[in-house]
Design a protein around this ligand. Structure first.
Ligand SMILES: *Cc1c(COP(=O)(O)O)cnc(C)c1O
Length: 300
């Protein structure tokens, strides 16, 4: 899976590198492609004949899962909250892949998933359920592997990243990175920039995933930094859009305004507020390329 790490240049007196998870070679890539690959290895082993998951109409996870299901010719059923179901490039792609989308009020998502799984079993299907965003130990494992790639890059290029920044949503990506750090006993800062959740819950979900994967090892609490101050509600969305256009002009790299744009904006603010300078910084580009085009089309 090894994705490239690019040296970008000087970012506020630091050396900035970007790991291009958006280049994972399946369906526009991204962290959901790295996770889904492992889920589908299990699906192939189990010979499941349909997959059930959930997410909004802009979900990268649902795009990837429905494409992987289409490749195998198996049914894909997506339970989606109606509150966030506008048309996006991702939702167009889900339709193209033939995903069956069940739209319900957000409060009914949980029960609807149970009902869908029950009725599939009653019809003699053998469904596989994937949590939203590819949450769970399999998703965490995918990002431990990503961390190992970063370690190899460091060894081969004689460099050490003092900071790693990335967008944090369900927290699985961050949990995997933190587990990788703890396994290797590395001393660096991994900063998850929240794209939605507030603390204390946001950080707690990351912690739960780390404990779930590793058990109770030393250093988990210190290693888990979940920053919830750049979520970008209301007017702050403007900042995200200007970050997206600036990063495209400065580095030639497309971000989006739901995940990576917020994280990049948050990283810049964090660097300023904490007066970080003279460090090697790695930004993980977690993908979401179709969302870049939604952002471009809307202009915010
Ligand atoms: C889902 C997603 C994230 C967040 O990843 P989590 O593992 O859910 O925290 C970040 N960036 C992009 C582009 C995503 O699609």
């Amino acid at each position: 899976m090894d994705t490239i790490i690019q040296f970008m240049g000087n970012e506020a007196n630091n050396d900035l590198y970007i790991k291009r998870e958006d280049f994972i070679p399946f369906s526009f890539g991204g962290n959901k492609a790295r996770k889904a690959k492992l889920f589908f290895e299990e699906i192939d082993r189990n010979r499941n004949d349909c997959v059930v998951t959930y997410g909004s109409s802009s979900s990268n996870h649902c795009r990837i899962v429905s494409n992987m299901a289409a490749v195998r010719g198996i049914r894909c059923i997506i339970v989606s909250p109606e509150e966030v179901s506008e048309n996006t490039f991702n939702s167009k792609l889900m339709q193209l892949f033939g995903a069956e989308i069940v739209t319900v009020p957000v409060l009914q998502v949980h029960d609807t998933i149970e009902d869908v799984l029950e009725s599939l079993k009653a019809d003699n299907y053998n469904p596989y359920f994937i949590q939203g965003g590819g949450h769970g130990n399999i998703g965490t494992c995918a990002y431990v592997e990503c961390y190992e790639e970063i370690k190899r890059y460091e060894q081969e290029n004689d460099i050490y990243f003092d900071y790693i920044f990335h967008a944090s949503g369900t927290g699985t990506t961050q949990a995997g990175m933190i587990c990788g750090q703890l396994i290797n006993k590395d001393d660096r800062k991994i900063i998850g920039i929240s794209i939605a959740r507030k603390n204390p819950r946001g950080r707690q979900v990351v912690l739960d995933s780390v404990y779930d994967f590793m058990g109770n090892v030393e250093g988990i609490e210190d290693a888990t930094v979940f920053v919830d101050t750049y979520i970008g509600e209301g007017y702050a969305k403007g900042d995200t859009y200007s970050t997206v256009s600036d990063v495209l002009k400065k580095y030639g790299i497309p971000l989006d305004n739901i995940y990576t744009g917020k994280a990049f904006y948050g990283m810049r603010e964090y660097i300023k507020e904490n007066k970080i300078s003279g460090k090697n910084i790695l930004f993980i580009h977690t993908g979401g390329t179709p969302l870049f085009f939604d952002c471009l089309l809307r202009g915010y």
